[in-house]
Design a protein around this ligand. Structure first.
Ligand SMILES: Cc1cc2nc3c(=O)[nH]c(=O)nc-3n(C[C@H](O)[C@H](O)[C@H](O)COP(=O)(O)O)c2cc1C
Length: 354
């Protein structure tokens, strides 16, 4: 790995220095196994969201078939779609980028952060952070085939964050329109606290828009991230599963919060809306609703104990009734939308300094 900056990465197209190209400047993070089309639709419907992202699509051996492209390209009404692909073969990635671009993806993104053993073994995702030359080559190949916007989602590094700026510069030099930064190393997986100083450092260095990501749990965290890092947009993952209204709350500056009934309706509508997709198989829908509830229940102090008991329910109607009973028992002050109950470990420059 080279360790000097500003060397051989050559930019062939001008840098776009405008602010983030979507409004509101918010993104729902890609989360494999979770942010499927039903979840993206449900969260988008609550408002305040600028872009939704698909889970990553692995591009390792063969070209994707049209059927596979179509199954990924499921738009969400009124909210632009970013399709994330993960791979390291320039030709294959370029071909896939072209297919998604032609199919109407508003953004084609590359995953440069996946920390799993499988990704690392395949030399994709976070493993590509070890090789800025390769990632530059792959991004340049993709760039030629993308008519819309191109983005890259990086971590701070693989084992250390020594080369973060070099990686970010390689991304910018390849002609990417914006970069998303999750400031943990691969070796951190999801442990510790996201070091937002790294987002600020990259923002200072690059001309393209920088999207900050990591440990935004409350609307005030997002506001702090914009302010402390100077980032152009904020991407929220787990915090949006825990509080799907977080994007809406960021737009509406009042201290409004959803009632117990609204929280119930969110899950109930989710189940109703997707019953058809499961051809009436209620347990398929309940399984998806349970995935949501695992995060939503963290809104309550007893969510991980009493709240999780709801997950034991085995039928659609039992799950629905248990959920209703639990939420009906809650007073508005028992909902931790704003961090007054048990603040979570929000990302921080200060915490990272310790
Ligand atoms: C269950 C899970 C699945 C994830 N899948 C992806 C993925 O497919 N692509 C990706 O770029 N990041 C993925 N991530 C990382 C998130 O997009 C995000 O960068 C990370 O969770 C930090 O943001 P947060 O603190 O707002 O959740 C995943 C994270 C989680 C928890």
């Amino acid at each position: 790995m080279r360790d000097t900056l500003n060397s051989k990465f050559v930019r062939t197209i001008p840098v776009k220095t405008d602010k983030f190209p979507f409004a509101p400047a918010t993104m729902l993070a890609p989360m494999e196994g979770i942010t499927n089309h039903p979840v993206r639709t449900a969260i988008s419907a609550l408002g305040g969201l600028g872009v939704v992202c698909t889970e990553f699509v692995r591009v390792s051996v063969a070209e994707l078939k049209s059927r596979e492209i179509r199954s990924v390209m499921r738009p969400t009404e009124g909210v632009p779609l970013s399709v994330q692909i993960m791979g390291n073969k320039p030709d294959l990635m370029a071909d896939t980028a072209r297919k998604f671009s032609e199919a109407g993806a508003d953004v084609v993104d590359i995953n440069l952060g996946c920390p799993t053993a499988r990704a690392v073994k395949g030399n994709v995702g976070s493993a590509m952070l070890k090789d800025p030359d390769l990632l530059y080559e792959v991004l340049c190949a993709m760039r030629k085939n993308i008519s819309g916007l191109q983005s890259a989602k990086i971590r701070a590094g693989f084992d250390n964050a020594d080369h973060t700026l070099l990686i970010a510069e390689a991304v910018e030099a390849a002609g990417v329109d914006f970069i998303v930064v999750h400031p943990r190393r691969r070796s951190d997986f999801y442990e510790g606290v996201a070091d937002w100083r790294i987002i600020g450092m990259i923002k200072e260095r690059l001309k393209i828009p920088v999207v900050g990501n990591g440990d935004v749990w409350y609307p005030t965290d997002a506001e702090r991230m914009y302010k402390e890092c100077g980032c152009d947009a904020v991407m929220i993952g787990r915090g949006a599963l825990r509080n799907p209204w977080i994007f809406n709350m960021l737009q509406d500056k009042s201290d409004w919060q959803p009632s117990a009934e609204e929280v119930f309706n969110y899950v109930d509508n989710f189940m109703n809306d997707h019953l058809e997709e499961f051809e009436g198989h209620e347990m398929g829908v309940v399984k998806r609703a349970k995935e949501n509830w695992r995060y939503l229940c963290q809104l309550f102090e007893d969510g991980n104990t009493v709240g999780r008991e709801i997950l034991r329910q085995q039928t659609y109607s039992d799950f629905r009734s248990a959920l209703m009973n639990y939420l009906e028992s809650k007073k508005p002050e028992e909902f931790d939308f704003h961090g007054h109950l048990k603040p979570k470990n929000s990302g921080s420059g200060l915490a990272a300094e310790e």
